[in-house]
Every structure is written in structure tokens, then in C-alpha cells.
Design a protein. Structure first.
Length: 240
């Protein structure tokens, strides 16, 4: 059930059948010269919506902004701080809890370390503050089976590469503007580089040329089934 589409009466009635809420997290972030800035948001939003066709669960509006570090200097990236993400995550869960929801799946289409850490830190604090909730926070790619990665021909495929380009081709082909060049960043980790564009000019990690709509459909279906499975897992989870 898409939360935004429900009336107050429909929400109250549906709450008798499920108290689980999926909160999708995305970004406004550079994804090469060929993918839209909303790539992370588009993918996770569509995955979450598809889940509602298979299982009864609430899905909140996708949070469109996230913590973007490596792409912070690339044109179009508009990020928020980790503190802001922790606070808005906390507020969303607290108020949903006040309305009777008890199980929370915070799932991100963006896999940035600082971004996902902020989600998890907020969840840790909420689990102590609200002891009768069950909460999980993760990037969607964390729960996919190993065989999902076999769909990609590119090793170490990641940001705006073969898989994400394939997903956008499948979900909204008209948003893919050609193909950016194959690229693999060489950030000087663990040193925090100030001029990230020097080390990662194109905002691509992988080979977009190998993308296809067929690969995108296969990967999307695995994402949906994995999240459906996780909803069942959290609904049945009990602390010892």
C-alpha cells in the first residue's frame, strides 16, 4: 500500500492487517553523463512499489535526498549531512510509531558508506528508545543473493555502470542519454581527498556500454523478490 495514496480511513483499516512500513531512501546525485540525478531514488521507489503488488505492506514516499561524499563536487549532486539524515529518519519512524506502526524497513537505493551508516545509527538509537519496534536499515544491494551480481559482465560494477544503467533502461528508458565512458575511480583512500573530481571525473564506476534492458529486468526482479522476502523475515522476527 502506497502511503501517499491512502485516505485516513484506509490507513486505519490497513493497519489492522499490517504494521510494517518500508521507507525508501534515494539521492539527487551525479550518475555519469548518461543517467539522471534521481537514479538511486527511481530504482528503489519502483522496487518498493512493486513489492506492494506481492505482499501487504505500507510504503512511505521515497526520501529524495541523501549523504553523498565521493560525488559531492560533481554537477547536480545535492546532498544533505549525515546529521540531517539521522534526524529525518528518526522523525519519520517516531511519528509512524505514534500512529501504530511497529516494524520498519529503511532501505536505500544509494550504497554510500556515510549515508547507510547514518541510517543505521538512527536505527540503533530508535531500537533503544522504542523497545517494542523491529527495525532494519540497509542498502538494497546488501540483501541480494550472490547470483544477482552474475548478471553483470563487468567486475566490480558499481555506480552508474552496467547494472544501474540496465535498471534505468528497464524502468524508464527515455531517461538514459547514450552511454558514459567506462571508468573506475582511483580515490586515495583512506586519505580524504578534497578535490574528488581529480580522482573520479566521470562519476561512473563500471562499464555502461554493457548495459541492457534485459539485464535490468532480471536484476529488478531479484531486487523485488529479495525485499519481499525480507518483509516476511521482519514480520516473523522475534527476539529471544
Amino acid at each position: 500500500m502506497i502511503l501517499n495514496d491512502l485516505t485516513m480511513t484506509e490507513f486505519a483499516d490497513a493497519k489492522k492487517r499490517t504494521r510494517t512500513l518500508i521507507v525508501p531512501f534515494g539521492t539527487v546525485e551525479a550518475h555519469g553523463k548518461h543517467l539522471p540525478l534521481n537514479t538511486d531514488s527511481l530504482i528503489i521507489d519502483e522496487v518498493a512499489k512493486e513489492v506492494t503488488k506481492k505482499i501487504e505492506v505500507f510504503v512511505a514516499p521515497t526520501l529524495q535526498y541523501g549523504v553523498c561524499t565521493s560525488t559531492s563536487m560533481h554537477p547536480g549532486t545535492i546532498g544533505i549531512t549525515a546529521e540531517t539524515l539521522r534526524r529525518i529518519t528518526t522523525d519519520i519512524v517516531r511519528d509512524s510509531y505514534a500512529h501504530g506502526l511497529r516494524r520498519f524497513i529503511l532501505v536505500s537505493g544509494h550504497g554510500g558508506g556515510a549515508h547507510v551508516s547514518a541510517m543505521k545509527e538512527a536505527s540503533e538509537a530508535l531500537s533503544k528508545e522504542l523497545p517494542d519496534i523491529t527495525i532494519a536499515a540497509f542498502a538494497i544491494y546488501e540483501i541480494l543473493p550472490k547470483e544477482a551480481r552474475l548478471i553483470a559482465e563487468t567486475k566490480n560494477d558499481s555506480h552508474a555502470g552496467e547494472i544501474e544503467t540496465s535498471l534505468v533502461l528497464y524502468l524508464q528508458e527515455e531517461l538514459v542519454k547514450g552511454r558514459a565512458s567506462e571508468e573506475y575511480p582511483k580515490l586515495p583512500k583512506p586519505i580524504i581527498a578534497r578535490n574528488k573530481l581529480k580522482y573520479w571525473p566521470g562519476a561512473v564506476w563500471g562499464n555502461p556500454e554493457k548495459a541492457s534492458k534485459e539485464k535490468g529486468e532480471k536484476f529488478f526482479d531479484i531486487m523485488v523478490e529479495s525485499l519481499v522476502g525480507f518483509v516476511g523475515e521482519i514480520d516473523n522476527f522475534k527476539e529471544d
